[in-house]
Ligand binder design. Structure first.
Ligand code: FMN
Length: 247
């Protein structure tokens, strides 16, 4: 049987074309190389997009997960739902996730309860096991200035979304990829530093590449496992969106 290509969605969480995009491109290249004929890479940036905050109206719970705010959210949500792998590449803002990305994550989380409530018994309030593999890359201008907090936020988001957070290889990637720009706010800081063989920039790039490669490999394994256990898993509605996706 011919399988559809694995979809790897890279999301740059910066409002500019800068270091996040640079590391994301490295991660996507590594993802593609993990299975050149079997992987389709999609690159998305929040640059120029408007994604407003959740208004806490809970109307998404009443209308099959549709958010009443019509803005850039829907486009990114649709890409996110289709993907097998999500690679987030995000700048640290105030030791955490930039506002635009936090708005997306808040709205995604709440609206998916409404979207999938029809597959469960009324009132169960569950989320399906989406089993997407999520790799996270985070960089900031300073050292020890929120990178691990931001990675932890993204890992928590992956877990809440019933996905599988993955890291790269030791010792470059403990809980994710990225690093710092050695106190340089230039959007091309890491690219310029890498060109001069800067050690820290090379580690940031290596960790981003590892994340892209390992996330894709794990997603291939998860998909193969899904195929081999399809009959058993299909008995439980919690796996329905996953099985629909790997069909
Ligand atoms: C509003 C704002 C808050 C920031 N907060 C932090 C921070 O807490 N820690 C840090 O290391 N860098 C911080 N930075 C710097 C960016 O993370 C850094 O310049 C990064 O390289 C930008 O990535 P980009 O080139 O992809 O936009 C902040 C930048 C902005 C604009």
């Amino acid at each position: 049987m011919r399988m559809r290509k694995l979809v790897v969605l890279g999301i740059s969480g910066s409002p500019r074309k800068g270091n996040s995009q640079f590391l994301l491109d490295k991660a996507l290249e590594a993802a593609r190389n993990a299975d050149p004929d079997g992987v389709e890479c999609v690159s998305y940036s929040i640059r120029g997009k408007k994604i407003g905050p959740c208004m806490s109206c809970f109307r998404c719970g009443e209308q099959e997960g549709e958010c009443v705010i019509k803005d850039g959210f829907q486009e990114l949500r649709d890409l996110w739902l289709k993907a097998d792998v999500i690679l987030y590449s995000i700048p640290v803002y105030h030791m955490g996730i930039p506002g635009q990305m936090k708005c997306f994550i808040d709205r995604l989380g709440n609206s998916l309860f409404g979207r999938y409530q029809g597959i469960f018994e009324p009132g169960e309030g569950k989320l399906p096991k989406l089993l997407k593999v999520v790799g996270n890359i985070v960089q900031g201008v300073h050292l020890c200035a929120g990178q691990e907090h931001t990675l932890t936020n993204l890992i928590n988001h992956s877990l809440i979304m019933q996905c599988i957070p993955v890291t790269g290889d030791m010792w470059h990637s403990y809980i994710g990829g990225g690093g710092w720009t050695s106190n340089d706010i230039d959007p091309k800081a890491l690219e310029n530093q890498l060109a001069k063989n800067n050690y820290d920039a090379s580690i940031a790039v290596k960790s981003a590449q590892d994340i892209g490669k390992r996330a894709t490999e794990l997603a291939l394994l998860v998909r193969a496992g899904g195929y081999s256990r399809k009959r058993e898993l299909s008995q439980d509605p919690i796996y329905k969106p996953f099985l629909d996706r790997i069909r």
